[in-house]
Design a protein around this ligand. Sequence first.
Ligand SMILES: CC(C)(COP(=O)(O)OP(=O)(O)OC[C@H]1O[C@@H](n2cnc3c(N)ncnc32)[C@H](O)[C@@H]1OP(=O)(O)O)[C@@H](O)C(=O)NCCC(=O)NCCS
Length: 176
Amino acid sequence: MNDVVRMATAVDAGQLAELAAVTFPLACPPGSAPEDIQAHLATTLSAENFAAYVADPEIAVLALDEGGTLRGYTMLVDRPDPDVASALAALPSMELSKCYVHPEYHGQGAAAQLMEASLEYARLAGASGMWLGVNSQNARAIRFYEKCGFRKVGTKSFRLGTAVEHDFVMEHRFGD
Ligand SMILES: CC(C)(COP(=O)(O)OP(=O)(O)OC[C@H]1O[C@@H](n2cnc3c(N)ncnc32)[C@H](O)[C@@H]1OP(=O)(O)O)[C@@H](O)C(=O)NCCC(=O)NCCS
């Protein structure tokens, strides 16, 4: 595969939104209402949202680019979250806010490649660890994060439309 992980820019906003529309529903628990998923896509994962994310100095969007087509992306947020700080041992910690790979590329190392670059980005930025929230029913993602060195350290609630979902908080301590 002729692919590379690189920083996304405003030019990528449309492709990132298309990728999000395919991949975000896969991260939602089975009972999620389709209208809640659509609302989340429209308000949080639109091309306009991605254009704003890539312009935000506290945010980095890393994209797995295969010859100009994006196969996956991560979003890293360098902003302390008071709700999770007490659960984390390695501070400062960068948030892995999104980690999504197109389903045609699952199980092939694409996600690991993205994760490696994301961890490297956080280390170079001076973080001592990385944390994330993952839906407690998303067994595939939890297994993937465990393989990458993350451990469950707490829980956090996440609102999807009218439903309140429960996330595990997972942490990767760079010193370990
Ligand atoms: C999460 C994601 C990035 C991981 O990438 P991936 O290519 O699927 O990851 P891998 O295949 O390397 O690892 C997944 C692991 O889960 C296992 N797995 C698959 N389905 C599973 C299930 N239902 N229950 C438990 N484990 C499962 C796989 O066997 C594999 O483990 P193994 O390597 O020990 O066999 C990707 O699946 C994805 O984009 N999912 C949709 C979006 C999402 O949920 N993102 C995370 C939001 S927090």
